[in-house]
Design a protein around this ligand. Sequence first.
Ligand SMILES: *Cc1c(COP(=O)(O)O)cnc(C)c1O
Length: 351
Amino acid sequence: MISFYPGPSRVYDEIPKYVKEAHRKGVLSINHRSVEFMNLSEETVILLKSKLTIPDSYKIFFTSSATECWEIIAQSFIVTDSLHIFNGAFGEKWFDYTKRLVPGAQAFPFDTESRLEVKNLPLKNQEVICLTQNETSNGTEVNNSIIAAIKRKSPHALLAVDATSSMAGIELNFKSADVWFASVQKCFGLPAGLAVMICSPHAIQRMEAKHERNHYNSLSFINEMMDKWQTAYTPNVLGIYLLMRTMKKRKSIEQTHQKIKLRSVTWQKFFRGSKNIKLYIKNQGVRSLTVLTLTAKPELITEIKNQAKANGILVGDGYGTLKQDTFRIANFPAIKKAEIRQLQKFLDSYL
Ligand SMILES: *Cc1c(COP(=O)(O)O)cnc(C)c1O
């Protein structure tokens, strides 16, 4: 089955080989306090920084999911208030989770078809601004220049960015925000159960000032352990090993970005002029490069999904309120050109 699901998604073909290799090398049973683990952890961080062009002054932590990162941010950075800028289900969920933990979470929903206007944001020195860079539920994105503009306009706030379905797929300007995170089952092309959280020196200072130490995953503990290349709890060592192995093989993020962008253009052309299947997002300026959302009659969507499955292809369901009216196609780096052609050939008769 070829998976075009936007998470969990197609993993790299080398994964079974790397798992065997990890077993042979004893990685599956290493202790997370051992020097072997510390070396693996350090190597993985160095590779992430160089392949994704993350500033050297930033710190990288291993967590178990993007959802965990939402909670860590609420626990370890926010004392009273945060501003949540979102136009879809994942950003809204982040707001909901935060609201339950801290009292002053404020929502700023915006329209899926409009470019986020920084001048309209209710920026009032909130402690943390939470933004979903790539909204996986509807296939929209907030680009690097808008993120930089938010930071410029609110330099004292921490800017936290959920880049779960874009990190390692497109170029992100890490310098322009303080906290970035992504789980690995999307653009990283890895099995689920691991996430990375990236923090600027400003974020580390703020975390230290708050000094929150009430949770097993308080960032203070995670940070102290990472100073020794360790984790606060027994981590997904195999996941970290697979992350290290695949990052080692990865091209630069500039090259990956070019590939993803070209493929995105090809996909958009493919559906242009189609009578039955339309791009859900009409404004090209806000369309995600990594998640394509299509709309069609619900009966046609059901038929496409079923027939695709019978042909060995998994397309993504619509998400949340868009479940009936849309389906999604991942444009993630691990997907092969020939597989895209195969899906396009299949879809051709439905256009
Ligand atoms: C998938 C996704 C999440 C949730 O990731 P988990 O690893 O399941 O916690 C959060 N945010 C976005 C934007 C996502 O695409």
